[in-house]
Design a protein around this ligand. Structure first.
Ligand SMILES: Nc1ncnc2c1ncn2[C@@H]1O[C@H](COP(=O)(O)OP(=O)(O)OP(=O)(O)O)[C@@H](O)[C@H]1O
Ligand SMILES: CC(=O)N[C@H]1[C@@H]2OC[C@@H](O2)[C@@H](O)[C@@H]1O[C@H](C)C(=O)O
Length: 381
């Protein structure tokens, strides 16, 4: 089946679209990557989303309007990719997370993704599955991370223990023991690029949105006492299952970093190196604290896998464990999340559960996503 996966992640940089051909089900699952593209958000819509993520209040009418504006942008992205590729038979759309609250004790978590699937189905004329996290949350899980299930089927190695480390806005890991051994684990490790991106925007007065290849941070020196101080934070010591988002590692956290950086009088490059070190060191500390054993290989994915300085810091911390990209073993590091939502939609369509309770903490496997069929096939926006 030809399925399209759509997501905009916590970096809110744009919509990743992947078109894949899927065969098989689970153990015999094959996913062929046919096409992929990233479509940036219109800048006004991006600003509005970032404001909402930082807690700016919205009326219900404004919320509905934002939901539809995101859905229209997602639908346009799907249609644009289709103009240069084959038509999809099904869409899986994650949407845009604007709020995520992990479960606490017996209180269920809450996770809100905007860009309603029914409008995407209506605008593209293609049946669309959306709202993937709520099923797992209803079963007591975090509803995140969901990607480990794809890693489990496509990247598990017969002899090697692998960690798949996503470095998006937020970082998350999948621990893949060698085949037929202990259970698969996974959790959010903390900040990926959110704080770095906020710092780059601040220091460049908005002219740059991220530290390309990590070139700016590479000219600085990390302030290790500050990194040590930041690593004391509760989140880093909380055992899995765990998830997080911009609610914790977003604007307010960056403002706190700025205040705590002040006495050290660091150069801009040193600040960026320090924030990069926080990402690398939080991943390192997380593995040491929570994995049954260190992996034989670490495979990176997400935008941060292109940050050469961050990769160098991870390689140095984990030496001699090799650190490379999932693209090097055949799974596109930039579109893995979009591919996951294509596969999850396909499983939902077939009635196959999509969550990994050993990762999310849900009490059982459940079907993920809501199916929106299309009533008025059209491709007109
Ligand atoms: N060439 C590059 N050099 C350095 N950093 C990069 C590069 N390309 C992308 N990035 C970083 O990756 C970020 C985007 O990563 P990605 O698209 O994987 O995040 P996301 O999917 O929005 O987040 P999440 O996985 O948390 O949902 C950018 O904001 C930027 O910080
Ligand atoms: C609530 C939410 O959107 N969480 C994202 C975020 O970005 C990375 C990390 O935190 C991960 O847990 C999740 O995304 C991916 C797609 C996941 O569910 O695996």
């Amino acid at each position: 089946m030809r399925v399209m996966g759509l997501i905009s992640g916590t970096s809110v940089d744009g919509i990743d679209v992947a078109l894949v051909e899927i065969t098989g089900c689970q153990r015999d699952l094959t996913v062929e990557f046919l096409a992929g593209a990233t479509y940036p958000y219109p800048s006004e819509l991006r600003s509005q989303i970032l404001q909402v993520c930082s807690g700016t209040p919205l009326s219900l009418a404004e919320l509905a309007q934002l939901d539809d504006a995101i859905a229209r942008t997602f639908a346009q992205a799907a249609i644009t990719l289709q103009q240069s590729s084959q038509p999809a038979e099904l869409i899986g759309s994650h949407g845009q997370t604007v709020f995520h609250r992990p479960p606490q004790g017996t209180q269920l978590g809450y996770s809100l993704q905007l860009g309603r699937g029914e409008l995407i189905a209506d605008l593209t004329g293609i049946t669309t599955v959306s709202n993937f996290r709520v099923g797992d949350i209803a079963a007591g899980g975090h509803g995140a991370p969901l990607v480990p299930v794809l890693d489990a089927y496509l990247l598990r190695h017969p002899q090697y223990y692998r960690c798949i480390q996503n470095i998006g806005g937020i970082g998350n890991v999948t621990y893949l023991p060698k085949l037929n051994s202990s259970p698969i684990l996974g959790w959010d490790t903390g900040p990926g690029n959110t704080l770095l991106d906020l710092a780059v925007q601040y220091f460049s007065q908005g002219t740059q949105s991220y530290d390309k290849e990590g070139a700016w941070a590479a000219t600085g020196t990390p302030c290790l006492p500050l990194v040590e101080q930041w690593l004391q934070q509760d989140f880093f010591h909380q055992p899995p299952p765990k998830s997080t988002g911009r609610e914790l590692f977003g604007w307010d956290y960056w403002q706190r970093c700025l205040r705590e950086l002040e006495p050290y009088k660091l150069s801009t490059a040193d600040v960026l190196a320090t924030l990069t070190e926080l990402t690398a060191a939080s991943i390192y500390q997380s593995y040491y604290q929570f994995l049954p054993q260190l992996p034989d290989e670490i495979l990176l994915c997400g935008g941060g896998s292109h940050n050469c300085y961050l990769k160098y810091r991870l390689q140095t911390l984990f030496n001699p464990i090799p650190v490379f990209s999932t693209s090097e073993v055949g799974l596109n590091a930039d579109f893995k999340e979009a591919i996951t939502f294509a596969v999850l939609a396909y499983w939902r369509w077939l009635g196959i559960p999509g969550n990994l309770p050993s990762v999310t903490g849900a009490v059982s496997e459940v079907l993920l996503g809501e199916i929106h069929t299309t009533f008025t096939p059209n491709m007109i926006l």
